[in-house]
Design a protein around this ligand. Structure first.
Ligand SMILES: [Zn+2]
Length: 88
């Protein structure tokens, strides 16, 4: 079982979290200038990275914090997490 370190609650099982995807996805500067296909690609397309990358996780069954951690998708090794914001 994958264990994730919430910045508030400490190490908790993966089932308490929802993965929100890649941490670094710059929002288009002018979304109204995009066509439907470009906007759909921004909303839906993911890179499915093999190896280490940063992900956003939501502690939905815990303290409701959204934070960023590094994770290797091959080994599932988790790297340091930082608190970013609380979910609404
Ligand atoms: Zn938490």
């Amino acid at each position: 079982m994958l264990m994730l370190a919430c910045p508030w609650c400490g190490e908790r099982p993966e089932g308490e979290f929802i993965c929100l995807g890649e941490a670094v996805r710059p929002r288009p500067l002018d979304p109204s200038a995009l066509g439907d296909a470009e906007w759909a690609a921004y909303v839906s397309d993911r890179r499915n990275i093999r190896g280490r990358h940063d992900e956003r996780w939501w502690h939905v069954r815990g303290c409701n914090t959204i934070f960023t951690i590094g994770r290797d998708t091959v080994t599932h090794q988790v790297f340091a997490g930082t608190q970013d914001e609380a979910a609404p």
